[in-house]
Write a new protein. Structure first.
Length: 389
């Protein structure tokens, strides 16, 4: 349920910046990944959860072929003709996410005309909660409804991924757009990133999923995210030379990685070891969730963080500190970084009754040791993209 006040603010902003009223409003949620990090672009397994923070996109048809994009949160109007080649907007970086969507829709021959679009969101940008995928999928959801495109759920996810990869320039996997499109309230989503098969994993009502923002903002395009993907592809290429059936690290065992350390070199072998071991942790965590063994889920989350820190090298000291502080709170099952890393957020799981103690112990200690102000969000599992007005 979207807060009616947010809808009213968006409608007023739409009218103020673009004139008249929107035809419809769509939403798509951010996400927190419970476990399974940097595995999606290696055809692996992930377990994200759509959260109760989202991006809202309002749209209205135009009959002159013009596209006008407005951000309520950042300001400005980015305009072009829908018949022209879609170019980047160097002065309004936020506009490149909806522009990327328009670009990929045009490549598949989608019958879209001119339109006005305004967007707003409460998913923190740069925090690892996938605000970019929420923008992409909400834009696709809105345009699908506005122009009756008939897109299926995973069509929307794939198109959002293409927008990020081909236009924005981040070589992301499918996870973020998939959970934004296909999330289900009360559940996490076990996603096989090769087949796109999904299984709902119930999240107990008494379990709190607590996200803490380090306040260390990272930008994926300018980070080492693409380097990590290239390192995974290099290790895949090594194994494929002797086993042509290897299409991704999904197809490699931990024993094979250990045996190939000399040939891969220390850095690439560590990257491969993380991905292969992380896939095993995700599968084990799914079984533990279903068995109600939250202590085991927590143990796996901590092991995931340690692997991301030591083998994949995508944490920063602030993330490591938050995990350490979280695990010292009595009653917390486990914690780990979530998202691409290099800053952003941690996720911790705990009984609902422990949240106040977590905030009281972690926030002042983190502030004192880093000089940064952490933001804490208690998240509930949300539905995926939909038209809401």
């Amino acid at each position: 349920m979207v807060d009616p006040r947010r809808l009213a603010v968006l409608v007023d902003a739409f009218a103020g910046a673009l004139g008249q009223q929107p035809d419809l409003i769509a939403r798509a949620p951010g996400r927190v990944n419970l476990i399974g990090e940097h595995t999606d672009y290696s055809d692996g397994f992930v377990m994200p959860m759509a959260i109760n923070r989202d991006v809202l996109v309002a749209v209205r048809r135009r009959d002159d072929g013009q596209v006008r994009l407005h951000s309520v949160d950042y300001g400005g109007v980015s305009a072009f003709d829908v018949g022209d080649r879609v170019a980047h907007d160097g002065s309004l970086p936020w506009a490149n996410y909806p522009r990327g969507v328009i670009h990929v829709l045009k490549t598949i021959g989608a019958a879209i005309g001119g339109f006005d679009l305004a967007l707003t969101g409460n998913v923190p940008a740069g925090a690892g909660l996938s605000s970019s995928a929420a923008v992409e999928v909400a834009t696709i959801e809105a345009l699908d409804a506005l122009f009756s495109l008939g897109l299926k759920t995973f069509d929307k996810a794939r198109l959002g991924q293409r927008a990020e990869r081909e236009f924005v320039g981040v070589a992301c996997g499918i996870m973020d757009q998939a959970i934004a499109a296909a999330g289900r309230a009360g559940h996490a989503l076990m996603l096989d990133c090769r087949t796109l098969e999904t299984t709902l994993v119930p999240v107990e009502s008494g379990l709190a999923v607590v996200v803490t923002d380090t306040s260390v903002v990272r930008g994926l395009v300018g980070s080492k995210y693409n380097d990590r993907r290239a390192e995974c592809e290099a290790s895949t290429a090594h194994f494929a030379r002797s086993r042509p059936e290897v299409a991704a690290l999904r197809d490699v065992t931990l024993g094979e990685v250990e045996a190939a350390t000399g040939a891969l070199g220390p850095v690439v072998s560590r990257r491969a070891r993380h991905v292969v071991s992380e896939n095993e942790r995700v599968l084990t965590a799914e079984a533990a969730f279903r068995a109600g063994d939250l202590a085991e889920v927590g143990r796996l989350m901590v092991a995931s963080h340690e692997s991301l820190r030591d083998d994949f090298e995508v944490t920063v000291p602030e993330l490591d500190l938050l995990v350490e502080l979280a695990c010292a709170v009595d009653g917390v099952y486990g914690a780990r970084m979530t998202g691409a890393g290099f800053g952003g957020c941690t996720v911790a799981i705990m009984p609902v009754g422990v949240v106040d103690a977590y905030v009281a112990e972690v926030v002042p200690t983190y502030r004192a040791r880093t000089g940064l102000e952490p933001r804490v969000f208690t998240c509930t599992a949300s539905d995926g993209a939909s038209v809401v007005g």
